[in-house]
Design a protein around this ligand. Structure first.
Ligand SMILES: [Ca+2]
Ligand SMILES: [Ca+2]
Length: 114
């Protein structure tokens, strides 16, 4: 008896061809469904929002925005936590080329903290 997994990245719209290093999962928009952030090197990082609120649980839409590492950074790790205690998740991304990034979330979006 074991656990069987089926690969469904493209079926669930969480497929990109970047050189991915890490994934952080959390309910970023507080709709009750787990969202996904993927770090890439030499291409954009991706923020995928779970479409559970639309009745498509476990299927995703790409909500990557230019402020989440759409440049040619070399992102490696990522973690979500509410670091400023406002009730919204924030995101810390490690980067081996241009410094780590801290993004402050407001439930609707994550904004780079300068
Ligand atoms: Ca969510
Ligand atoms: Ca916060």
């Amino acid at each position: 008896m074991g656990v069987h997994f089926t690969e469904e990245a493209s079926k669930r719209a969480v497929y990109d061809t970047g050189k991915s290093f890490a994934v952080a999962m959390a309910d970023v928009n507080k709709d009750g469904f787990v969202d996904m952030f993927v770090t890439n090197s030499e291409s954009s990082n991706y923020l995928y929002i779970n479409r559970g609120a639309e009745g498509l649980v476990g299927e995703y839409k790409d909500l990557t925005s230019p402020n989440l590492g759409s440049d040619k950074r070399a992102s490696r790790g990522a973690a979500f936590a509410d670091i400023n205690g406002d009730g919204n998740l924030d995101l810390y991304v490690t980067d081996v080329s241009e410094g780590n990034q801290l993004y402050i979330g407001d439930q609707r979006a994550l904004h780079r903290s300068l």
